[in-house]
Each structure stands twice: as C-alpha cells, then as structure tokens.
Design a protein around this ligand. Structure first.
Ligand code: MF3
Ligand code: CO
Length: 274
C-alpha cells in the first residue's frame, strides 16, 4: 500500500530530515584517521538522545539482518556498503566510510546516507563517491508528478553506466514517512517510462550505491554488513525526497552540501563537505 502524505505531514518529515542532515554533517566532520567507528556511533547516539528523536535502527529486526540492530547508525568501510554494523575499527588513511542514518521526530521519519573519504583520498575513490552523488541528483531531478518510478531507477543506472559501475538491484530505495521502510521499493536499476506514476505526496528514500567492479554482494558473518562480493570499494548516497506539485523537495539536504563537483582535486572530503 502506498500512502500519499499531505503537505503538513511532509513538513513534519522535514523536521526529522533536517536533524538527520545535521547528524550526518557532524559524523562527516568527525570521521578522520584514528577515529573509531564506535566513537561515531556514540556521538550519533548522544545527538539523537539530546534531541529527543527516535532511532529507526535501534531494535529494528528486518529479514535482511540477524536479530535486533543495537546501534543508531550504519557505518560501512571500504568494501562494506549497506547496513554496516558499527564495531571496534579505527579509521585509516584513505578509508571510504559510508554513514547511513534514519530517525523519527514526533512520529515522522527521514533517512539519509553519505560517503566520505578520510585522510588522503585516492582519485578512483572520489570518482566512485561522486558517481553515487551524481546518480542521486539525477534521480531527484526526475522525481516529479507525472513521471514514473522507472524514471528514477533509470536515471540512477544511466549514471552508473556512464561511469562504468555495475548496479545491484537487490537493495535500493523505498517509500518512507510513518516508518523507515514503506512501499514502494525503488530499484537502482530500471526502465524509464515504466512503473508507478509519481504523484504529489509520494515520499521516497532514494539511495544509489555502487561497488567499483561488481554488482554482487556478500553478507558479512556479523549478520548485518553487506560487502561487495569481489572486495572492491563501494559508496552510497541517499536522500529522503518528497514529490510535490512544484517538483522534488529534498528533506535531508545538508547545509553546505554542494551539488556534484567534478574535477575536484584529491583530498579530504569529510571536513569541507560537511
Ligand atoms: N537506512 C537503511 C536503508 O536505507 C536501513 C538500515 S536498517 C538497519 O534502508 F537495521 F540496518 F539499521
Ligand atoms: Co534507506
């Protein structure tokens, strides 16, 4: 069942979205060589507690994970990309870190993810990160009334194809609002002009993720973390987006988030990108 949200409900989702953006900015700012993933989890947990927000992850027990999740943020390093279980790992120079966060405030939910490179970034890692950002922006651009769900999926896979990255279609985006995971599924692969017609009030988490050289995944023995099957590095960018009469409204945009940058010199993404 797909529930369309009223403008007032979308405003309430935007409150959650602003806060998710704030936490992800902070996590991006803190992520650095020598920082432990557990410190980042701790920090996010503190911010959520002080805000009186509800973590959508804590105690979540979906079919794709083992038992209830006992963290508030997903942190995935290098070949890990989705549902990364925070654990005792100290970030190293050049690591690719994805942080994915969903919270509810007053019963309305937003979900967003970003990937940063800590320390000295390899050009090929920056290219991968930027490709997921570019795919996300391309998908948002077509998230308009009258377009189809397949237009969003096709926009994502077209950007991946341009860059030569294969696309996995098992895990993608989703409807969102009262809960983190609602209908419809938003595949990262699809055909333009097909599927559900987008209407004002449809709220979607759009989340392209690519691994450099494979569309296959493996499940980590920790029961949660999903990695690229060939060990190649992966990146993930996600926003919660409302489709309105006036076009797409990004509910989780970070303050100083720039549109996709091309040709940016290799360097630290995390600090200035926050
Ligand atoms: N935010 C993830 C998504 O986009 C879901 C993480 S669920 C968790 O769908 F249980 F792993 F936290
Ligand atoms: Co999501």
């Amino acid at each position: 069942m797909i529930e369309l949200k009223t403008p007032a409900e979308i405003d309430r989702m935007r409150v959650a979205g602003r806060f998710v953006a704030e936490v992800l900015s902070e996590v991006g700012r803190l992520a650095d060589v020598g920082v432990n993933l557990l410190d980042l989890e701790h920090h996010a947990r503190g911010m959520i507690g002080r805000r009186g927000a509800d973590s959508c992850y804590w105690d979540y027990a979906p079919s794709f994970g083992r038992g209830p999740f006992r963290n508030v943020i997903c942190l995935a390093v290098n070949d890990a990309v989705l549902h990364g279980l925070p654990h005792d790992y100290t970030l190293r120079d050049g690591d690719v870190l994805t942080a994915d966060l969903a919270v509810g405030i007053g019963g309305w939910v937003a979900d967003s993810a970003r990937t940063v490179v800590v320390g000295t970034a390899a050009e090929e890692d920056l290219r991968l990160v930027r490709a997921t950002e570019e795919a996300l922006e391309a998908a948002i651009e077509v998230a308009r009334p009258g377009n189809r769900l397949g237009d969003i999926s096709a926009a994502i896979s077209a950007v991946a194809q341009d860059h030569g990255y294969p696309v996995n279609d098992e895990f993608g985006g989703h409807g969102i609002g009262r809960t983190m995971h609602e209908d419809p599924h938003v595949s990262n692969k699809g055909r333009a002009g097909r599927g559900l017609t987008l209407r004002p009030g449809l709220t979607l988490a759009i989340e392209p993720w690519f691994a450099r050289t494979t569309d296959k995944i493996v499940h980590d023995p920790d029961g949660w973390t999903i990695r690229s099957a060939d060990g190649s590095r992966a990146a993930h960018s996600e926003h919660t987006v409302a489709i309105t009469e006036d076009g797409p409204l990004v509910l989780t945009r970070r303050d100083s988030e720039e549109p996709v940058r091309r040709g940016r010199p290799a360097g630290r993404l995390s600090a200035r990108d926050a």
